[in-house]
Design a protein around this ligand. Structure first.
Ligand code: GLN
Length: 237
């Protein structure tokens, strides 16, 4: 027993995420499965869930269809579905390990009838995997890989055992955002919302992309540290 405790303590001291040891991560009001290869959800991402919930409630879109791009552990998708009993969510994720993990969490939570995770590449044509949702989505949420080349070593050093592919957003950090913003208008219903978690320093580029692709009311908002962290825009009504 002591040997096990010492081993676990050493793993924690070496930077092994506590969530990988327990196989669980707390996020909003739910507990998710996580294991090696799956990015542990971050506290700042909880606010995305709140923003999406506020929009759905305020707009009276109780049966909303939500698309979660780069859904990872499924944190955003599952937290939102657990709060709003009539929404349905489709999560799209490239990494098969994360897809399996999120599907298990959905089963644990009894949400697999309303939350579906598909394996797909956000950087290619979405119609390959989610064609039936074209023009039918009320909210697109996404916390894609967005760490830029310059910041990658630092971000990865904070948690060296987490998948770097879940963090790296290309040299400028914009690779996923460009693709997501370019396609969002085709998938949203009129008035639907695109909601992104972003890195500080990317906000002006993202607002530029919103304009370029005809999305309206683009704005960013800060996280608890005051850094630009969220960006939203809408398809015209
Ligand atoms: N905020 C995350 C981190 O620090 C990055 C998440 C992402 O790229 N989506 O590590």
């Amino acid at each position: 027993m002591q040997a096990l405790a010492d081993h676990l303590a050493q793993q924690l001291a070496d930077g092994y995420p506590a969530e990988y040891l327990t196989g669980q991560a707390a996020f909003c009001d739910i507990v998710l499965r996580v294991w090696e290869g799956v990015l542990v959800p971050r506290p700042e991402t909880e606010h995305i869930v709140q923003m999406a919930e506020d929009f759905i409630v305020e707009e009276g879109r109780s049966g909303a269809v939500v698309l979660d791009l780069c859904s990872g552990s499924g944190a955003i998708a599952l937290a939102l579905a657990s709060r709003l009993p009539q929404v349905s969510v489709v999560g799209m994720e490239l990494d098969p390990v994360s897809v399996s993990c999120s599907r298990e969490s959905a089963l644990d939570m009894g949400l697999s009838n309303r939350v579906r995770f598909v394996q797909g590449n956000v950087l290619t044509a979405w119609a390959l995997t989610i064609a039936e949702f074209r023009s039918h989505v009320d909210v697109i949420v996404s916390n894609p890989p967005y760490v830029c080349g310059q910041r990658l070593a630092g971000a990865h050093a904070c948690s060296p055992l987490e998948p770097v592919g879940a963090l790296y957003g290309g040299t400028s950090g914009m690779t996923f955002f460009k693709r997501i913003v370019a396609q969002a208008g085709d998938w949203l219903r009129p008035g639907g919302m695109l909601l992104l978690e972003i890195d500080d320093g990317l906000e002006q580029s993202i607002l530029g992309q919103f304009k370029r692709y005809g999305l309206q009311g683009g704005r960013w908002s800060p996280d608890l540290r005051g850094l630009p962290r969220y960006a939203e825009a809408h398809r015209a009504t």
